[in-house]
Structure formats: structure tokens, C-alpha cells
Design a protein. Structure first.
Length: 559
């Protein structure tokens, strides 16, 4: 049998993780975490990915977990390494993504004693994780072995139960830490927690169905979610009811011709009079998923507050985004809507038809406007989204990329993701790199220049997939600030918010060994998109657009 670390607590950790189905672990090099690296790298069934920059590593792990919908491990050394996980762990928490964060450390008695590479690591992530656990330094008695076994199982169960999310497992280690020994023969004990996806009591569900049968205006809002074909089918059945309209954001990952998929462009066609607008907003709102992207919709649902708001999801706290929450249903959206569909009957409402007419006029006006504009961000997106291959996966950076995507239909990607848990600018490229490593088809990232530069260490990665394609919209700075009321009106806009740069992207691509393409016109973009997917190598396509007019064109679009 191959030798592994002589730290028996770490041996048990790696073995239990393998038994619990952890298949991917992202490792950042260090010395104190050497026992963890050895144990996990030599554990059958576990694939270790090496990402040097811990901030990038956390997002890379998030990307893997996001696509596989399975837990992923993270391993770092002592000191400030763990702190660099912070942004990615926060994003994982608000995306409901399970990450097992494993940090090595010196024994507790050496903290705050001016020993090298020591900070207060244990519980430092408490506000960003579901729970924090610490293993004993030694595994020398049956009692400590039992405690270690129990703690690891408990951490795993906490991570994967109910509202999934990251947990922190802190591992103090004594020197020397590079000793090796054979695998301990005792098989660690696994205890799972059965996740029930609880059904709603039959009487309760009948009561809810009666309310919906009698209600003239019902809106179902799907926001950030992994989606599924089954969920899509049950929502499609509800969308056929005359009293129901289903609004879906692009990262909800459910599509149907009956759904209102371009929310912002449709809302632009609302009547001007407040009294007439109110007719388009629900008496009962049913929502599920994470944070809502559409600021316009959030504002309207607060202005025209529903009589009732039902939130569906396995949450540990109230999700009252629209200040009108009346019912929180602690089950999965698929379970809830599957139970509901057979019970709700059609009524004589015109709510669905009213929205269908609004969508039709919005679609026509959208086409007229986009066909009539010159070269800009909006025009570039209109071509890019048509040319992304079928059955590929799409990642969107924050800022303008995710918002532009919301304005277009019929993207062929079979899944769309964006880091909208915290909506930070950091980590989009690293997330896409992690997502690409576990998907056989193409993974395309559409990103802005500032977001890309902020996370350029994502390319410092020997494992970049040949199918990773990065489309970088370079409009010369943080274009989002020209759209946001406040910064756009300040004289400090360019220097302090938009921050124009002189970075040559082609030189950055060359430094990391990536292929590079550039497009500055519609014709060049169409040609470059074909080349982008023809090359079997990670590639950056830089799309140059004029910085000064993008905001004017988009503001006129919404007018």
C-alpha cells in the first residue's frame, strides 16, 4: 500500500472525504498544509488541482462545484492564505454552493506569540460559512479518533443539507509535518443525513392551490438557480394558465416560449400611467432562487407590492427582497411546483394575455432599435450571443456583461452562470476556468476589461481547458459607472470610477500562452467568433468598443 502522511487525523479526513463522494480538491501550495496535500493527492478517487493564488483558487473551486453540483474541497496553508479565500467563499455562500474549506495551522498555543505565519485563523470565516469546525492536533486515543470522525461527518452533513453552502474545517498540525506511513487499516465510519425534499401537507397544498385558482394575477419569478428539465416542464404547465405569468432571469436556467425571459426590455414597454402599470403586477408573487438581477423589476415589485409573496426554497432565514413576504415554503422549487401543478385550475383572467402583448411589442421595438444602431457594446452582444455554439456553457462577469445578456433571447448555451451571490467584480475568470475543467463542451466567459484585469491571475493555471473561450469587451474602463445614477454625474467619473487603463491584452495573453484574437467592427467580430471555436486552445477574443457612446445608446434603448 502507498505511504501517505503520518498525521492520522489528516488520513481520516482524506479517506472520509473520498467515501462521502468528494471528487475534486483545489490545492494552493504551502508547507504547513503538506500533510493535507499528500493525503488528498494519494487518495484514490480524488482529483487535485493546483492553483497558486488562493483568491483565484476559491473561485476556481466554486466554478467546479457550480457545474458538477457536488461539494468541492479547498486546501490552504497557514497565515494569510485563508484570508484570501474570503471573496470566493462569500460568493459560494450566497450562491448556495457547498465548499469544504480546509486550512492548516500551527497549534493553538502558538497563535499571537510572534511565531511566523500565524494569524487568528479559526472562525475567521464565520460570517461567510454555514459553520466552522476544528480538529484536534493529535489522533492518539479512541476518544479523539471518535471525535475527529464525528466532526468531519458533521461538517460534511452541514455543508450538503438544507440551504447548501461552504463550511470551514480548521486543522492545527504539529511539526514535523512531512513524515509518511502506511494507510491505517481501520475504515472510518460514515454517517449521512437524509435530505427529504419535504412534501407539503396535502391540506396545506390544497389551500394554496385554491388561492391560485381564484386569483386573477399571479407572477412566478425565477432568479439565480441551477434549473432542470423537470422544473422547466412544471413551470411551462403553470405558464399556460391565463392567470399566471412566469418571469425568468437568464441565470435561472429555465427557458420556454411562454416565459418572459427578457424582463428589463419588456418592462420598458409598460404604460406610462401608474394606474395602468399596476394591472401588470401580481396579487400573488411566487419567487425562488438567489439574488434578482433586474433592478427595474425589484423597484416595480416594491412600488406595486403584491398582496402576498411566497418564497420557495430551503432557507434558514427570511428572504424578503420585495418587502412583502407572507409565506416561506421550506422545500425545493421542483417539489413545490410538482405538487402544485395538478391542483391549480384555470380562471377567466387576462393577465397572461396582457403580458404576452407586452412581450410582443417589446420584441419588435428591440429588433428595430438594435438593427438601427452602429458599433457599440449592445451591437457586439447582439452578434456574440447568436454565435455561441449550441450545448456550450456560458459564464458572465458582473458589471455590464450580465445586464446586456438579460436583453437578448435565444442564446444557444445550455447553462448560464454569473457570480450574482455578492455581485463582485472579482473572480469571474477563475470561476469560468473551474467550470471549464469539468465540462467537455465549450465554456465561454463574456467579461469586461476591468473585471478581466482584476482576475488575471486566473490565467496563471497549468490546467486551463482547451475549451475555455474568453470574450473580453474592452470599452476602455468600468463602463457600468456611466449607467449608474450617481457616479455618472460626477466630475470624478473617469479618474476614480471608470479608471481607463493602458494594458495591452494581447501581451497578457502571450505571457500566459493563450491564443489571441481582436475585433473592432461587426465584420471582424463575425470572423473572429468562427476562429475562436475552431482553435483547440484556451483563447481570448478582445472586442474593442467606443467608450464614450455605449451609455448613450443603452439609455436611449431603455427610453
Amino acid at each position: 500500500m502507498d505511504k501517505t502522511t503520518d498525521k492520522r487525523n489528516v488520513q481520516m479526513l482524506a479517506r472520509l472525504c473520498a467515501l462521502r463522494g468528494l471528487r475534486h480538491v483545489v490545492v494552493s501550495p504551502g508547507s504547513r498544509n503538506a500533510p493535507l496535500v499528500v493525503a488528498f493527492n494519494r487518495e484514490k478517487g480524488i482529483i487535485c488541482h493546483v492553483i497558486v493564488d488562493e483568491r483565484s483558487a476559491a473561485y476556481f473551486a466554486l466554478g467546479i462545484a457550480q457545474q458538477t453540483e457536488e461539494p468541492v474541497g479547498l486546501i490552504c496553508t497557514s497565515g494569510t492564505a485563508l484570508l484570501n479565500y474570503g471573496p470566493g467563499i462569500a460568493e459560494a455562500y450566497y450562491q448556495r454552493i457547498p465548499l469544504l474549506v480546509m486550512s492548516a495551522d500551527r497549534p493553538e498555543e502558538w497563535i499571537d506569540q510572534d511565531d511566523s505565519q500565524t494569524v487568528r485563523q479559526f472562525k475567521v470565516l464565520d460570517s461567510l460559512v454555514k459553520a466552522s469546525y476544528q480538529l484536534p492536533v493529535e489522533n492518539s486515543t479512541k476518544s479523539t479518533e471518535w471525535y475527529i470522525n464525528r466532526t468531519i461527518n458533521e461538517a460534511f452533513n452541514r455543508m450538503t443539507s438544507g440551504r447548501k453552502g461552504p463550511v470551514h474545517l480548521h486543522i492545527p498540525l504539529e511539526e514535523p509535518w512531512c513524515g509518511r506511513m502506511g494507510q491505517v487499516q481501520n475504515q472510518p465510519r460514515v454517517f449521512n443525513r437524509l435530505n427529504s425534499n419535504a412534501t407539503i401537507n396535502e391540506n396545506q397544498m390544497n389551500d394554496l392551490a385554491i388561492q391560485l385558482t381564484n386569483c386573477p394575477k399571479i407572477m412566478i419569478l425565477a432568479s439565480m438557480h441551477s434549473g432542470s428539465e423537470k422544473l422547466q416542464k412544471v413551470l411551462s404547465k403553470l405558464a399556460q394558465l391565463p392567470q399566471v405569468v412566469v418571469l425568468t432571469e437568464s441565470i435561472a436556467n429555465v427557458q420556454d416560449k411562454r416565459f418572459v425571459g427578457c424582463i428589463d426590455r419588456t418592462l420598458c414597454r409598460l404604460p406610462k400611467e401608474s394606474k395602468e402599470q399596476k394591472m401588470f403586477f401580481p396579487d400573488i408573487l411566487i419567487s425562488y432562487g438567489g439574488a434578482v438581477i433586474s433592478k427595474i423589476l425589484k423597484g416595480k415589485l416594491k412600488e406595486f407590492a403584491p398582496r402576498e409573496h411566497w418564497y420557495i426554497g430551503e432557507e434558514e432565514q427570511a428572504i424578503d427582497t420585495f418587502c412583502s413576504l407572507s409565506l416561506q415554503v421550506n422545500t425545493t422549487p421542483l417539489q413545490f411546483f410538482s405538487q402544485l401543478v395538478p391542483l391549480v385550475k384555470a380562471n377567466d383572467s387576462t393577465f397572461n394575455c396582457r403580458w404576452a402583448e407586452l412581450v410582443q411589442t417589446a420584441d419588435l421595438r428591440h429588433k428595430e432599435y438594435v438593427d438601427g444602431i452602429g458599433w457599440c457594446d449592445l451591437k457586439a452582444f447582439s452578434h456574440i450571443l447568436k454565435l455561441i455554439p449550441a450545448n456550450s456553457r456560458l459564464q458572465l462577469s458582473n458589471g455590464t456583461s450580465v445586464r446586456y445578456h438579460q436583453l437578448f433571447k435565444n442564446c444557444k448555451a445550455n447553462r448560464v452562470n454569473a457570480n450574482r451571490g455578492t455581485s463582485g467584480i472579482d473572480g469571474s475568470t477563475s470561476t469560468a476556468a473551474g467550470a471549464a475543467i469539468v465540462y467537455d463542451g465549450y465554456t465561454t466567459l463574456i467579461t469586461g476589461d476591468i473585471s478581466f484585469l482584476y482576475d488575471s491571475n486566473a490565467l496563471w493555471n497549468a490546467q486551463l481547458s482547451k475549451n475555455l473561450k474568453i470574450i473580453l469587451i474592452n470599452n476602455g474602463g468600468g463602463g457600468i459607472f456611466r449607467f449608474i445614477k450617481g457616479p455618472s454625474e460626477l466630475s470624478e467619473l473617469e479618474e476614480f470610477f471608470e479608471t481607463p487603463h493602458q494594458v495591452e491584452i494581447h501581451q497578457l495573453a502571450a505571457a500566459y500562452g493563450l491564443n489571441y484574437l481582436c475585433a473592432q467592427t461587426e465584420k471582424e467580430l463575425k470572423q473572429a467568433m468562427r476562429s475562436l471555436y475552431a482553435w483547440e486552445k484556451p483563447t481570448i477574443l478582445e472586442v474593442m468598443t467606443p467608450r464614450e457612446i455605449n451609455d448613450v445608446i443603452l439609455k436611449n434603448y431603455f427610453k
